[in-house]
Design a protein. Structure first.
Lengths: 212, 328
């Protein structure tokens, strides 16, 4: 029934809202658990982990859009990228808010001290800080105004991903398996970013056309 | 192209059985990670952290008889039984807090023998039944402070460790006591990967071990110790971070030298031999000044952590004259 590529209408009023709701689900479940007072034995830990995990997952998913487009030839994937990127900002901001408000209880001196002296906090905070200008310049108007610089600026997402994975690797107590899976996926995405010819592109042209 | 004869394959090239077995675990974990990524949608939602699977108690709860009440910890508000038995750090069964409650039912706690050796006149073995019948089992409510900055208050059942140690007649050379957890990857699925340097090892200075607060615990909440909490026999040292209180003990050794302990070996700058609860000495990655009480809501305040977890009156003398920043 639904043909690919989707019609403009199908994308805007069908797929996009669906994905929007799907992206909101982890947060929705968290909110529901919080309202029912049922977030397990350590609710703060749960909220911290869920927001951090999903921030990182959406970040890698955002990075995967361009290579996926190349492999599948489905160019509309790029039109989902902005929304996914904004969800990265949303989840990482909730993650930071949880830490600042519920974990550090707004003790600003401690917060600043932790950012300065604890490397895993430093890189995590830096990653969020770098996300801010990307979120601010995510609008169509900003894209137009910044022109070529927009792309240059938004390449920061690769640095943010590296910082985010580093944050995860450095905070783990003993078992590195999970963060290393994220690291491996990121490495793969970085490799295909710098060596796109390694990807079996369906259409060479599709790989050359930039997002407009 | 060179085709190798079988004899060319050196034994070192053959995948050891444990790596081979772990491959599945790794692939599963990798697949889980990939699945979570590939679909930001519904299929990934089943991941435990979003909607925790209900933890079904796998073992029956068995009340203990003849447990003597004591004044220890009277007035402390107890942590819910359900939280104390479903939120555990017991890496032998996995690194998630809910893993022990889910997977520890595979642990066989009968028969169970503890070997006692090292610098003592009467080395030997003692079975769990003799431990249960040979020592008066008392109930003591202790604060439990984890190094991860959360805390509980648990009504343990047990007896002073010193009572057991004296039976084996430690010599004057016994300056330290060390403990070992069972190593059996068949029963303890977390041990199938080298997350820690198995078996788990912990240790105490002799005077700490003989201190009347130091408990060998056989139960909690008036019941036999659930597997996920370290059945059938575990240590409880209430003024030290929780990881010092080693679980499922199979060996106790007296030694003249400072024993090498598991977390210390993994990260000596983060987990010292003493690991006394101390709000003034931070973990390198987080502050130890305050902690969260398990069972409290998302928006409730943290609590001030007390020196020696509130047991300073009883134990501060053990460390008089010591620089607790150096000997953390």
């Amino acid at each position: 029934m639904i043909g690919f590529p989707l019609s403009d209408k199908g994308l805007r009023f069908g797929l996009k809202p669906l994905i929007f709701i799907a992206c909101l689900l982890p947060f929705g479940l968290l909110l529901e658990g919080a309202l029912r007072g049922d977030l397990g034995a350590n609710p703060l830990e749960r909220v911290t982990h869920v927001t951090g995990d999903w921030g990182l997952r959406f970040l890698l998913l955002t990075l995967a859009m361009s290579p996926l487009r190349r492999v599948t030839g489905w160019t509309q994937l790029l039109r989902l990228r902005r929304m996914l990127g904004l969800f990265v900002f949303f989840y990482i901001s909730m993650h930071l808010l949880t830490w600042v408000w519920l974990d550090q209880e707004l003790r600003w001196a401690n917060i600043v001290a932790d950012i300065v002296k604890r490397p895993f906090v430093t890189v995590g905070f830096l990653a969020w800080l770098l996300l801010v200008p990307l979120a601010v310049t995510s609008t169509r108007g900003m894209m137009r105004r910044l022109g070529r610089n927009w792309q240059r600026l938004h390449r920061a997402i690769y640095a943010i991903a590296v910082l985010g994975v580093l944050h995860f690797v450095w905070l783990v107590k003993a078992d590195l398996l999970e963060p290393l899976i994220y690291a491996a996926i990121l490495l793969l995405l970085l490799v295909v970013r710098w060596r796109p010819q390694l990807l079996p592109g369906l259409s060479r042209r599709a790989g050359l056309i930039n997002a407009r | 192209m060179l085709i190798r004869k079988p004899s060319d394959i050196r034994p070192s090239e053959i995948t050891p059985p444990d790596v081979y077995t772990n491959r599945r675990t790794f692939l599963k974990a990798a697949a889980a990670g990939a699945a979570a990524l590939a679909s930001a949608g519904v299929s990934a939602m089943s991941k435990s952290e979003v909607e925790p699977e209900p933890i079904v108690p796998k073992a029956p709860r068995v009340p203990m008889e003849g447990v003597v009440e004591t004044p220890y910890g009277k007035g402390l508000e107890l942590t819910d039984y359900s939280h104390a038995t479903s939120y555990n750090n017991f890496y032998e069964f996995g690194t998630n807090k809910t893993d022990p409650a889910r997977y520890a039912h595979t642990l066989q706690t009968r028969p169970w023998t503890v070997k006692v050796d090292g610098e003592c006149e009467a080395p030997g073995e003692i079975g769990i039944e003799d431990i249960l019948s040979g020592f008066t089992q008392e109930e003591r409510i202790y604060r439990l402070r984890c190094v991860e900055a959360w805390a509980m208050a648990v009504p343990w059942v047990g007896f002073p460790l010193g009572d057991l140690l004296r039976r084996f007649k430690p010599t004057s050379k016994a300056k330290y006591v060390s403990f070992e957890t069972l190593f059996d990857p068949k029963q303890m699925r977390g041990q199938r990967r080298a997350i820690l340097d198995w078996p788990y090892r912990e240790g105490l200075r002799m005077d700490e071990a003989m201190h009347p607060l130091t408990l060998l615990a056989t139960g909690l909440y008036g019941e036999f110790m659930p597997n996920q909490n370290g059945a059938p026999l575990r240590l409880v040292v209430p003024w030290k971070y929780g990881f010092k209180s080693i679980k499922s003990i199979v060996r106790i050794s007296f030694s003249q030298e400072l024993p090498e302990t598991t977390w210390w070996r993994l990260a000596p700058d983060e987990y010292g031999f003493y690991s006394n609860v101390n709000p003034q000495v931070d973990h390198p990655r987080w502050s130890q000044a305050r902690h969260r009480l398990i069972g409290e809501g998302l928006f409730s305040n943290k609590h001030e952590t007390l020196m020696f977890n509130g047991y300073a009156d009883q134990v501060a003398d053990l460390y008089r004259g010591m620089d607790l920043r150096k000997f953390f």
